[in-house]
Structure formats: structure tokens, C-alpha cells
Design a protein around this ligand. Structure first.
Ligand code: CAP
Ligand code: MG
Length: 439
């Protein structure tokens, strides 16, 4: 490629360093935590991260199109281990979250120059967000699907998490709905085993839903898992759930992948359905505070993509998630704009992208629900209680009632102990679990 007009200068790692540069509002700004490998300085490693995540490589390129100059990631701030890099939007296919992640969350994690690397957050400019519609319902699912002014939306998962036949699963679902719950949720690893085929489960759950709505009122719904081997099969499952009158479906968003999520959100919008996002596998890369990607950023991507609700942790339950991080994430997906929290979160204006619902699940039982709601400072969330219902000594329906009674007590400002005096199912739950925090 010899034509004069196309020749750049020389593209070296140091060309991706521009400390003190002030990014425009039209650039993507990403916050990383960077730990250099031995013998490497912060600046050397930060430049490599910016280069490898945008348009550079390890060798000093002498032949490249001039437009590359305008596609470079720029390290503009280094504070201890925290590095901010700005990226011109032209670097990306703006309609594609998979493409974004192949850049800012791709090769860089495997570079020998880094000992540890964590993608903490990114500020998305308005021009980027313009390509996304966000969730169809989001926070409004409480009023638009469950016809209530406030939450929580209460779900349960049949436990053991896999093992019920479709008949047993639907019957258990009927008991949970009759016990006062809003939703029967598939577990993350339930899809279509031979003994509980997806199609049979959908049909029977719909039958029991109609029966229980006649008996105790509704609306009742289900988070039925559409995670499938192919996008075509995922779409078929979503459409079947829709045809049987459910408003929601569930997707294991990390396992299925970002192309599947973007496909599912388009189908959901067309069918006016809500997506329950389960985050199974997230802890593989979110848990290590020094390496991987923050749950906050994963949750933010789900809000941009249009998932209506996403698990973000309980603090008090059986799964890890520090209070500071859960709150920062909750604010990120429920507020219209958030400020920066140094080392934890960047500022973000959400414009037209609707707030979505946090999901709290994992080791919950009636005794710790008040503490959970106090941490979230709202009951406008989705709670999921599995083992905390199925291990209730008085049975499944009583277990569901105990959860509903604990929510009622909290919303009335009455202590669980006092409320339990007149609610035997709650009283029994408190006898068994008290306010213990499972591990
Ligand atoms: C909870 C759960 C959920 C976890 C997911 C489970 O069941 O069904 O998948 O809450 O974790 O399989 O453990 P229990 P997270 O209510 O019986 O604990 O919400 O952190 O993504
Ligand atoms: Mg589960």
C-alpha cells in the first residue's frame, strides 16, 4: 500500500498515551483497574491496554491508513491502579454490544503485560445509546404486568432446582401461586430435560395459571427459561411462551451470550414481553476484585440491551456481593443518571433508556427480607425465594404464605415477630431460620 495519502507516521504503544487529554462528550470513557506484570510500568501497560482494545498491536506499524489516527484509544488519566481510556465512537459498530466487548473486554485480559485487569465501568455517550431502545417494561412491569403501585414482585423457584417432571413442576407452581406468589421461575439450569420438556412445562403452567387466577385472582406469571442451543430454538420457545399467555420469559444472559440477549430483546419488544435476566456464570469473571468485569458493568449492559430485570445480589443471602457494590449497581440500573464513585462507577446519563428492576435472590427466607429491603431502600424490586420456601416445615404453600406475610409486615412497618403472632406460617419460618444468613 504505497499511496502517499494513506500513510500514517508510526503507530507505537506510546501513541496511545495522552495523559491530561479531555475526552469529548461524544467519546466512550472506560475505567479499568490495571495491575502491571513485573518489570512493566503503569504507563507502559495502560498504553498496551488502550492499543490492544482499539487499533494497535505489539509491533511499531509504519504502514497504516491515516483514519487510524482518529480511532485510537487514549489513556488520559492514571490514578494509582485506576486508568481511564477514551475511545472514539467510530471505532465501533455502534449497534452491536458484542462488537463493543470484543474491543474493550477482549484480548486485553490475556496480555502478558498485565498481572490483573478489571473492566469496572464505562460512560456511554448519548450518540451510542441512541442505537438502543432499552427495556419494553423495565421498572413499569410492577404496574403494567402486575397491576400494582409498588413491589416487590415475588417469585419462587421449584427446589430441587432440577428433578421435577413437568407435571410435578406445574403442580408445585400452582401451590406457590395459591400461596400468594406472583411468579414461578425456572431455575437457571432447567431448560428441557427429558423428564420436564419445555413444551409440556409451558402448557401445564398455563393451565394451572388460569386455574389459580380463577381461584385467587391474578395476574400470575412465570419466568420460563428460553436459554437454548440455537437462536432459532430460543425464538421458538419465546413465541410458545407468548402464545400461552405469559408476559415474561427468562434468559441466562451470560451463558446465552450478548448476541442472544440482543436478539431476545428485539423479539420481546415485538411481542410486548418482559425479560427476566438470570446472570448464571457471571461470578466466573465478576467476583475477583482484581480481574475480570464488574457486575455493575454487566448490569449496565443489560439495561442498555433492554432486559427488564437482572439479578444483582442480596448482600444478606448465600451469594457474594458487597453492599457498596450492590447499591452502586442498583442505582446504576434504576436511576435516570448517576454520579461517579471513584474506583467503583463512572457517571452516566440514561436519556431515553428506561430504569429496570433489580432482582434479589439467593439464600433468602422470610427472616431476612426486612434487612434486604432496608439495604435496597425500596420494595420496588423482584425477590426470588427458593429454598426459603421449599424447606418450610408446613409445606410449599405455607412457605409461600410466610414470604408474603413477611413482605406485608415490612410494608406495614410491623416487626416480623409481632406479625407472626397472628400469622402461623411466618411464625414457623422464624422458628426455623430466625434471621440467619445462609452461606
Ligand atoms: C436461588 C437460585 C438463584 C440464585 C442466583 C439458586 O435459590 O435459584 O439462581 O439466587 O444467584 O439457584 O441458587 P435459593 P444470583 O432461593 O434456593 O437460594 O441471584 O446471585 O444471581
Ligand atoms: Mg437458581
Amino acid at each position: 500500500m504505497k499511496s502517499k495519502k494513506n500513510i500514517g507516521g508510526c503507530l507505537r504503544y506510546e501513541d496511545f498515551l495522552d495523559i491530561g487529554y479531555k475526552p469529548s462528550d461524544d467519546e466512550l470513557v472506560v475505567l479499568f483497574r490495571v495491575e502491571p506484570n513485573k518489570g512493566m510500568s503503569m504507563k507502559e501497560v495502560a498504553a498496551r491496554v488502550a492499543s490492544e482494545s482499539s487499533c494497535g498491536t505489539w509491533s511499531d506499524l509504519k504502514w497504516y491508513p491515516k483514519r487510524v489516527e482518529k480511532l485510537k484509544g487514549k489513556v488520559f488519566e492514571i490514578k494509582g491502579n485506576f486508568v481511564k481510556i477514551s475511545y472514539p465512537l467510530d471505532l465501533f459498530e455502534l449497534e452491536s454490544i458484542p462488537n463493543l466487548l470484543s474491543g474493550i473486554a477482549g484480548n486485553i485480559f490475556g496480555m502478558k503485560a498485565v498481572k490483573n485487569l478489571r473492566l469496572i465501568d464505562a460512560t456511554f455517550p448519548k450518540r451510542f445509546l441512541k442505537f438502543y431502545k432499552g427495556a419494553f417494561y423495565g421498572h413499569d412491569a410492577i404496574s403494567k404486568i402486575f397491576k400494582r403501585k409498588e413491589g416487590p414482585i415475588i417469585a419462587s423457584v421449584p427446589k430441587p432446582k432440577v428433578g421435577f417432571s413437568h407435571k410435578e413442576h406445574a403442580k408445585v407452581g400452582y401451590l406457590l401461586w395459591r400461596g400468594g406468589l406472583d411468579v414461578i421461575k425456572d431455575d437457571e439450569n432447567l431448560s428441557s430435560p427429558r423428564f420436564n420438556k419445555f413444551e409440556e412445562r409451558v402448557k401445564l403452567l398455563a393451565k394451572y395459571r388460569d386455574k389459580v387466577e380463577k381461584e385467587v385472582g391474578g395476574p400470575k406469571d412465570a419466568f420460563i427459561n428460553v436459554t437454548a442451543p440455537t437462536l432459532k430454538e430460543m425464538e421458538r420457545r419465546i413465541k410458545m411462551i407468548h402464545d400461552y399467555g405469559f408476559k415474561y420469559f427468562m434468559l441466562d444472559v451470560v451463558v446465552a451470550g450478548f448476541t442472544a440477549v440482543q436478539t431476545a430483546t428485539e423479539i420481546a419488544r415485538d411481542l410486548k414481553m418482559a425479560i427476566h435476566g438470570h446472570r448464571a456464570m457471571h461470578a466466573m469473571f465478576t467476583r475477583n476484585e482484581k480481574h475480570g468485569m464488574s457486575m455493575l458493568f454487566l448490569a449496565k449492559l443489560m439495561r442498555i440491551l433492554g432486559v427488564d430485570q437482572i439479578h444483582i445480589g442480596t448482600v444478606v443471602g448465600k451469594l457474594e456481593g458487597r453492599k457498596r457494590d450492590v447499591i452502586a449497581t442498583k442505582e446504576c440500573i434504576t436511576e435516570n443518571s448517576v454520579n461517579e464513585i471513584e474506583g467503583v462507577r463512572l457517571k452516566q446519563e440514561w436519556y431515553h433508556i428506561k430504569p429496570i428492576l433489580p432482582v434479589a435472590s439467593g439464600g433468602l427466607h422470610p427472616g431476612i427480607l426486612p434487612e434486604l429491603f432496608d439495604i435496597y431502600k425500596t420494595t420496588n424490586i423482584v425477590i426470588q425465594v427458593g429454598g426459603g420456601i421449599f424447606a418450610h416445615p408446613m409445606g410449599i404453600e405455607a412457605g409461600a404464605r410466610a414470604v408474603v406475610q413477611a413482605v406485608e409486615a415490612y410494608k406495614k412497618g410491623i416487626s416480623l415477630e409481632e406479625y407472626a403472632e397472628k400469622h402461623k406460617e411466618l411464625k414457623k419460618a422464624l422458628e426455623v431460620w430466625g434471621k440467619s444468613k445462609p452461606v
